[in-house]
Design a binder for this molecule. Sequence first.
Ligand code: GLP
Length: 246
Amino acid sequence: MIIREAKDYNNMSRIGANIVSAQVILKKDSVLGLATGNTPIGVYKQLIKWNAKKDVDFSSVKTFNLDEYIGLSKENKNSYYSFMWSVFFKHINIERDNVYIPDGMAENISDECLSYESKIKQFGGIDLQVLGIGRNGHIGFNEPSDCFKRDTHAIDLTPSTVEANLSFFENAAKMPKSAITMGMGSIMRAKKILLLCSGKEKADVLNQAILGDIDPLIPASILQLHSDVTVVADAAALQIYKGNSK
Ligand code: GLP
Protein backbone atom coordinates (compact mmCIF):
# COMPACT_ATOMS: atom_id res chain seq x y z
CA MET A 1 0.00 0.00 0.00
CA ILE A 2 1.39 3.39 -0.96
CA ILE A 3 0.43 6.22 1.39
CA ARG A 4 0.75 9.61 -0.23
CA GLU A 5 0.30 12.64 2.02
CA ALA A 6 -1.32 15.71 0.51
CA LYS A 7 -1.16 19.15 2.11
CA ASP A 8 -4.88 19.73 2.03
CA TYR A 9 -8.09 18.86 0.16
CA ASN A 10 -7.07 20.73 -3.01
CA ASN A 11 -3.69 19.06 -3.12
CA MET A 12 -5.31 15.63 -2.50
CA SER A 13 -7.69 16.31 -5.39
CA ARG A 14 -4.89 17.30 -7.75
CA ILE A 15 -2.82 14.21 -6.93
CA GLY A 16 -5.91 11.99 -7.27
CA ALA A 17 -6.78 13.56 -10.63
CA ASN A 18 -3.22 12.97 -11.81
CA ILE A 19 -3.53 9.27 -10.97
CA VAL A 20 -6.89 8.95 -12.77
CA SER A 21 -5.68 10.85 -15.83
CA ALA A 22 -2.47 8.81 -16.00
CA GLN A 23 -4.63 5.68 -16.08
CA VAL A 24 -6.76 7.05 -18.93
CA ILE A 25 -3.76 8.36 -20.87
CA LEU A 26 -2.00 4.99 -20.63
CA LYS A 27 -5.15 3.01 -21.51
CA LYS A 28 -7.70 5.08 -23.39
CA ASP A 29 -10.48 2.49 -23.02
CA SER A 30 -9.95 2.12 -19.27
CA VAL A 31 -12.76 0.86 -17.07
CA LEU A 32 -12.98 3.22 -14.10
CA GLY A 33 -14.79 2.47 -10.86
CA LEU A 34 -16.14 5.73 -9.47
CA ALA A 35 -17.34 6.97 -6.09
CA THR A 36 -19.79 9.59 -4.85
CA GLY A 37 -19.60 11.67 -1.65
CA ASN A 38 -17.85 14.98 -1.07
CA THR A 39 -14.34 13.55 -1.14
CA PRO A 40 -13.91 12.90 -4.90
CA ILE A 41 -15.61 16.12 -6.07
CA GLY A 42 -12.28 17.97 -6.27
CA VAL A 43 -10.79 15.17 -8.38
CA TYR A 44 -13.76 15.36 -10.77
CA LYS A 45 -13.43 19.17 -11.03
CA GLN A 46 -9.75 18.90 -11.93
CA LEU A 47 -10.43 16.17 -14.51
CA ILE A 48 -13.13 18.38 -16.08
CA LYS A 49 -10.52 21.14 -16.54
CA TRP A 50 -7.98 18.80 -18.11
CA ASN A 51 -10.66 17.29 -20.34
CA ALA A 52 -11.61 20.79 -21.58
CA LYS A 53 -7.95 21.37 -22.45
CA LYS A 54 -7.93 17.98 -24.23
CA ASP A 55 -5.19 16.72 -21.91
CA VAL A 56 -7.36 13.74 -20.97
CA ASP A 57 -9.92 12.09 -23.21
CA PHE A 58 -12.87 10.10 -21.85
CA SER A 59 -14.43 9.18 -25.20
CA SER A 60 -13.51 5.49 -24.90
CA VAL A 61 -13.65 5.22 -21.10
CA LYS A 62 -16.27 3.10 -19.34
CA THR A 63 -17.33 3.83 -15.78
CA PHE A 64 -19.03 1.80 -13.07
CA ASN A 65 -20.27 3.54 -9.97
CA LEU A 66 -19.97 1.89 -6.61
CA ASP A 67 -23.51 2.30 -5.40
CA GLU A 68 -27.01 3.76 -5.62
CA TYR A 69 -29.88 4.28 -3.20
CA ILE A 70 -32.80 1.89 -3.55
CA GLY A 71 -36.05 3.68 -4.39
CA LEU A 72 -34.64 6.89 -5.89
CA SER A 73 -35.26 7.51 -9.57
CA LYS A 74 -32.54 8.81 -11.87
CA GLU A 75 -34.32 12.19 -11.91
CA ASN A 76 -34.30 12.49 -8.12
CA LYS A 77 -31.68 15.11 -7.25
CA ASN A 78 -30.38 12.94 -4.41
CA SER A 79 -29.79 9.85 -6.52
CA TYR A 80 -26.17 9.03 -7.20
CA TYR A 81 -27.14 9.00 -10.88
CA SER A 82 -28.01 12.73 -10.63
CA PHE A 83 -24.93 13.42 -8.55
CA MET A 84 -22.56 11.84 -11.05
CA TRP A 85 -24.12 13.53 -14.05
CA SER A 86 -24.27 16.98 -12.47
CA VAL A 87 -20.84 16.86 -10.83
CA PHE A 88 -18.87 15.05 -13.52
CA PHE A 89 -20.30 13.26 -16.56
CA LYS A 90 -22.19 16.15 -18.17
CA HIS A 91 -18.97 18.20 -18.20
CA ILE A 92 -16.72 15.65 -19.96
CA ASN A 93 -16.69 13.88 -23.31
CA ILE A 94 -17.92 10.52 -22.02
CA GLU A 95 -20.43 8.46 -24.05
CA ARG A 96 -23.74 8.06 -22.21
CA ASP A 97 -23.76 4.33 -23.05
CA ASN A 98 -20.41 3.89 -21.35
CA VAL A 99 -21.71 4.99 -17.95
CA TYR A 100 -23.00 2.32 -15.58
CA ILE A 101 -24.71 3.05 -12.27
CA PRO A 102 -26.84 0.48 -10.40
CA ASP A 103 -30.57 1.04 -10.96
CA GLY A 104 -32.13 1.67 -7.57
CA MET A 105 -35.61 1.52 -9.15
CA ALA A 106 -35.15 -1.93 -10.70
CA GLU A 107 -38.20 -4.13 -10.23
CA ASN A 108 -36.04 -7.02 -9.15
CA ILE A 109 -33.11 -5.75 -7.11
CA SER A 110 -31.37 -9.18 -6.91
CA ASP A 111 -31.43 -9.47 -10.72
CA GLU A 112 -30.08 -5.92 -11.00
CA CYS A 113 -27.18 -6.82 -8.68
CA LEU A 114 -26.36 -9.95 -10.69
CA SER A 115 -26.50 -8.15 -14.01
CA TYR A 116 -24.36 -5.25 -12.71
CA GLU A 117 -21.68 -7.66 -11.56
CA SER A 118 -21.70 -9.52 -14.85
CA LYS A 119 -21.43 -6.26 -16.84
CA ILE A 120 -18.25 -5.38 -14.93
CA LYS A 121 -16.84 -8.82 -15.78
CA GLN A 122 -17.94 -8.49 -19.42
CA PHE A 123 -15.71 -5.42 -19.79
CA GLY A 124 -12.71 -7.22 -18.31
CA GLY A 125 -13.05 -5.84 -14.78
CA ILE A 126 -12.19 -2.45 -13.34
CA ASP A 127 -8.76 -1.00 -14.15
CA LEU A 128 -8.79 1.72 -11.51
CA GLN A 129 -11.28 1.93 -8.66
CA VAL A 130 -11.66 5.32 -6.94
CA LEU A 131 -12.86 5.10 -3.34
CA GLY A 132 -13.80 7.41 -0.51
CA ILE A 133 -14.27 6.09 3.02
CA GLY A 134 -17.31 6.50 5.24
CA ARG A 135 -17.01 7.64 8.87
CA ASN A 136 -17.55 4.05 9.98
CA GLY A 137 -14.98 2.65 7.54
CA HIS A 138 -17.44 1.69 4.81
CA ILE A 139 -16.40 1.65 1.16
CA GLY A 140 -19.15 1.98 -1.41
CA PHE A 141 -22.02 1.10 0.92
CA ASN A 142 -20.32 -1.99 2.38
CA GLU A 143 -21.27 -1.31 5.95
CA PRO A 144 -19.54 -2.78 9.03
CA SER A 145 -20.74 -6.34 9.37
CA ASP A 146 -19.70 -9.79 10.55
CA CYS A 147 -18.47 -10.75 7.09
CA PHE A 148 -17.25 -9.23 3.85
CA LYS A 149 -19.94 -9.54 1.16
CA ARG A 150 -18.45 -10.59 -2.15
CA ASP A 151 -20.47 -9.34 -5.12
CA THR A 152 -22.87 -6.48 -5.84
CA HIS A 153 -25.72 -6.71 -3.33
CA ALA A 154 -28.48 -4.81 -1.54
CA ILE A 155 -27.81 -3.57 2.00
CA ASP A 156 -29.50 -1.69 4.82
CA LEU A 157 -27.67 1.50 5.75
CA THR A 158 -26.42 1.83 9.34
CA PRO A 159 -27.67 4.69 11.56
CA SER A 160 -24.23 6.35 11.28
CA THR A 161 -24.39 6.38 7.46
CA VAL A 162 -27.98 7.64 7.49
CA GLU A 163 -26.88 10.46 9.83
CA ALA A 164 -23.84 11.30 7.67
CA ASN A 165 -25.91 11.58 4.48
CA LEU A 166 -29.11 13.02 5.94
CA SER A 167 -28.13 16.65 5.28
CA PHE A 168 -28.62 16.05 1.52
CA PHE A 169 -32.32 15.21 2.06
CA GLU A 170 -35.22 17.45 3.09
CA ASN A 171 -36.05 15.19 6.01
CA ALA A 172 -35.30 11.74 7.41
CA ALA A 173 -38.43 10.23 5.82
CA LYS A 174 -37.17 11.14 2.34
CA MET A 175 -33.83 9.42 2.79
CA PRO A 176 -33.69 5.82 1.59
CA LYS A 177 -32.48 3.39 4.23
CA SER A 178 -31.14 0.81 1.77
CA ALA A 179 -28.87 0.76 -1.25
CA ILE A 180 -27.26 -1.37 -3.92
CA THR A 181 -23.49 -1.54 -3.60
CA MET A 182 -20.63 -3.30 -5.31
CA GLY A 183 -19.32 -5.95 -2.94
CA MET A 184 -15.85 -6.32 -1.52
CA GLY A 185 -14.99 -8.85 -4.22
CA SER A 186 -16.15 -6.45 -6.93
CA ILE A 187 -13.85 -3.78 -5.45
CA MET A 188 -10.91 -6.07 -4.66
CA ARG A 189 -10.89 -7.47 -8.22
CA ALA A 190 -10.01 -3.98 -9.54
CA LYS A 191 -6.47 -3.94 -10.87
CA LYS A 192 -5.62 -0.72 -9.03
CA ILE A 193 -7.33 1.12 -6.21
CA LEU A 194 -7.13 4.80 -5.30
CA LEU A 195 -8.46 5.63 -1.83
CA LEU A 196 -9.06 9.33 -1.20
CA CYS A 197 -9.45 10.70 2.29
CA SER A 198 -9.67 14.20 3.70
CA GLY A 199 -10.27 15.80 7.10
CA LYS A 200 -9.55 15.08 10.73
CA GLU A 201 -12.92 13.41 11.33
CA LYS A 202 -11.68 10.54 9.13
CA ALA A 203 -8.25 10.26 10.83
CA ASP A 204 -9.22 7.55 13.29
CA VAL A 205 -11.03 5.32 10.82
CA LEU A 206 -8.31 5.76 8.20
CA ASN A 207 -5.68 4.73 10.73
CA GLN A 208 -7.72 1.62 11.64
CA ALA A 209 -8.20 0.78 7.96
CA ILE A 210 -4.49 1.00 7.17
CA LEU A 211 -2.85 -0.27 10.36
CA GLY A 212 -5.55 -2.21 12.19
CA ASP A 213 -6.64 -5.82 11.88
CA ILE A 214 -8.42 -6.87 8.71
CA ASP A 215 -11.89 -6.84 10.13
CA PRO A 216 -15.33 -6.61 8.46
CA LEU A 217 -16.25 -4.16 11.21
CA ILE A 218 -13.84 -1.74 9.45
CA PRO A 219 -14.70 -2.69 5.85
CA ALA A 220 -11.89 -0.62 4.27
CA SER A 221 -9.31 -2.71 6.19
CA ILE A 222 -9.65 -5.41 3.50
CA LEU A 223 -7.72 -3.08 1.18
CA GLN A 224 -4.55 -4.13 3.04
CA LEU A 225 -4.81 -7.40 1.10
CA HIS A 226 -4.82 -5.74 -2.33
CA SER A 227 -1.47 -5.53 -4.10
CA ASP A 228 -1.92 -2.11 -5.75
CA VAL A 229 -3.59 0.43 -3.47
CA THR A 230 -2.62 4.08 -3.30
CA VAL A 231 -4.03 6.11 -0.44
CA VAL A 232 -4.01 9.85 -1.10
CA ALA A 233 -4.97 11.62 2.10
CA ASP A 234 -4.46 15.09 3.44
CA ALA A 235 -2.38 15.84 6.53
CA ALA A 236 -5.45 16.11 8.76
CA ALA A 237 -6.72 12.66 7.74
CA LEU A 238 -3.26 11.13 8.24
CA GLN A 239 -2.67 12.65 11.68
CA ILE A 240 -3.27 9.49 13.75
CA TYR A 241 -1.69 7.12 11.22
CA LYS A 242 1.52 9.17 11.20
CA GLY A 243 1.73 9.04 15.00
CA ASN A 244 1.27 5.25 14.97
CA SER A 245 3.46 4.28 12.03
CA LYS A 246 6.71 5.80 13.37
C1 GLP B 1 -21.26 7.56 0.88
C2 GLP B 1 -20.80 6.78 -0.36
C3 GLP B 1 -19.37 6.33 -0.24
C4 GLP B 1 -18.51 7.49 0.20
C5 GLP B 1 -18.96 7.94 1.55
C6 GLP B 1 -18.10 9.04 2.16
O1 GLP B 1 -21.67 6.74 1.90
N1 GLP B 1 -21.62 5.65 -0.60
O2 GLP B 1 -18.93 5.80 -1.48
O3 GLP B 1 -17.15 7.10 0.24
O4 GLP B 1 -20.28 8.42 1.41
O5 GLP B 1 -18.58 10.28 1.77
P1 GLP B 1 -17.76 11.62 1.90
O6 GLP B 1 -16.70 11.56 0.87
O7 GLP B 1 -18.76 12.70 1.64
O8 GLP B 1 -17.22 11.66 3.29
